[in-house]
Design a protein around this ligand. Structure first.
Ligand SMILES: *[C@@H]1O[C@H](CO)[C@@H](O)[C@H](O)[C@H]1NC(C)=O
Ligand SMILES: [Zn+2]
Ligand SMILES: [Zn+2]
Length: 445
């Protein structure tokens, strides 16, 4: 109920705001009186950004860049060519950057070089998938593919770099452009943060291609957007022995069976069925060697997801209690591991309300207020969430669905493709967000 009302409220308020924005002649078009914070969009700058993004040569270059990256997909921490291409383009624009950050990452800065700092982020890595799309710029690397749009993300952020560099003299602060590795492993963002990319950054923004929404639309929501995602593995140990003499053994099979059932009872018995937004799945169970031997131990493993930080942490805690508790009840011990080394626990992606509203205002100037959509919360997760744990920010989906372009397959499908008309839109939204957010921070101080 809360979520539904919230989304309704925000889609209406976003529309109202942007209507005001477009129809008022004054350049500074919106004051958030309620919060005592003002949020402006300088429409002459915003128009200029849109114009720069849509220069035919720029569009050609955006496509060329994306196609080049698409042909040579690279997995997590192997983004050598991609990183090189980014640096080459930045050099060409005269934009300074730091490299290497987190192995292959690049962090460019554009503007005055002084605070306020506002960050934009793109991820660079591809997936271990064999591309099935037949087209001129198909992946040239067997078994690897940009099936999550990260090639487009890089291209759009480079587009923003070009635009912002053009407008650098109008910036009273600095845009920090983060090209991050290893999103698909859920690791890159964390590593970039450890290397200091968020130092002094006051807000962060990112775009993800969205196959559900038509090209020319933008979709997101304030608050909970994507679920947090964690993994667990437990080795449940007892005492092995002969199947005919169970009293001489401590049976870990029985303990594991009870544990699996108990784990399924957490969500079904402890959360509101109308509003649970959580899931636990046990996906692996290994143990035993013969039909008549009680084994020493059994391994179970699985995953859990939830939307709010609170429910995510509570769920993680209950998984721990249930596994250790059930093992103990059956006289076994459990060695529990949340597998952080192989698959980091990704927190829920939570859009800061104020940054979200600003992003919507910026986007509606570019795609039109009627093309701002409220996205439902999704069970997927994004390592952008790590940044959001440190600074307020927002993630927006930028629509790429176009049946004629064949871009209606879900992300991570071997048929995934994007409608390249998204590229100038994304570049403009990125650039406009950074430029205007900096301007707002200046005028609010
Ligand atoms: C918009 O930006 C331009 C260029 O920096 C500046 O000349 C103009 O004064 C700005 N308008 C407002 C209302 O801030
Ligand atoms: Zn992905
Ligand atoms: Zn992705």
């Amino acid at each position: 109920m809360d979520l539904f009302q919230l989304s309704l409220f925000f889609s209406i308020s976003a529309l109202t705001l942007s209507t005001t924005c477009r129809s008022t002649p004054q350049p500074s078009c919106y004051d958030d009186v309620q919060k005592g914070l003002s949020s402006h969009l300088n429409s002459s700058i915003a128009d200029e950004i849109n114009r720069l993004a849509n220069i035919p040569e720029t569009i050609t270059w955006l496509k060329k860049t994306r196609r080049e990256i698409h042909q040579y997909p690279e997995l997590a921490y192997e983004e050598i060519k991609t990183s090189k291409l980014i640096r080459h383009e930045l050099d060409h624009m005269g934009v300074s950057y730091k490299w290497p950050v987190a192995h292959t990452g690049v962090v460019a800065t554009i503007g005055s070089g002084s605070p306020p700092f506002v960050a934009l982020r793109a991820d660079m890595d591809a997936l271990p998938i064999q591309e099935m799309v037949e087209w001129d710029y198909k992946s040239k690397v067997d078994g690897k593919m940009h099936a999550c749009g990260h090639d487009a993300h890089v291209s759009m952020l480079l587009g923003a770099a070009k635009i912002l560099q053009e407008l650098r003299n109008t910036m009273q602060g600095t845009a920090v452009l983060i090209f991050q590795p290893a999103e698909e492993r859920g690791e890159g963002a964390q590593k970039m943060i450890e290397e200091g990319v968020l130092e002094n950054v006051e807000a962060i923004f990112s775009l993800h291609t969205g196959y559900r929404w038509p090209t020319g639309t933008v979709a997101s929501r304030p608050g909970e957007l994507l679920a947090g995602c964690g993994a667990f593995q437990a080795i449940i140990s007892g005492k092995g022995g002969h199947a005919a003499l169970p009293h001489d053994s401590i049976d870990p099979i029985l303990a594991a069976a009870a544990t699996v059932i108990s784990l399924q009872n957490i969500v079904s018995r402890e959360t509101d069925p109308l509003d649970s937004q959580q899931v636990v799945s046990v996906c692996k169970i290994h143990g035993g060697s013969a039909f008549n031997i009680i084994p020493e131990s059994v391994t179970i493993a699985g995953t859990f997801r939830a939307f709010t930080k609170k429910s995510f942490n509570a769920l993680k805690h209950r998984i721990q209690e249930v596994i250790t508790g059930q093992a103990a009840v059956h006289r076994c011990t459990a060695e529990l591991d949340f597998l952080e080394e192989y698959h980091p626990t990704i927190p829920p992606t939570f859009n800061d309300e104020r940054v979200y509203e600003h992003a919507v205002r910026v986007s509606s100037h570019i795609v039109g207020k009627e093309n701002i959509l409220t996205a439902p919360s999704g069970m997927g997760s994004e390592d952008f969430a790590f940044y959001l744990d440190h600074v307020p920010g927002s993630l927006l989906f930028v629509g790429t669905r176009n049946e004629k372009a064949g871009s209606h397959y879900p992300a991570h499908s071997p048929y995934y493709s994007i409608d390249e008309n998204v590229l100038p839109i994304g570049a403009a939204i990125h650039a406009s967000f950074a430029h205007s957010y900096i301007q707002n921070l200046i005028s609010n101080n």
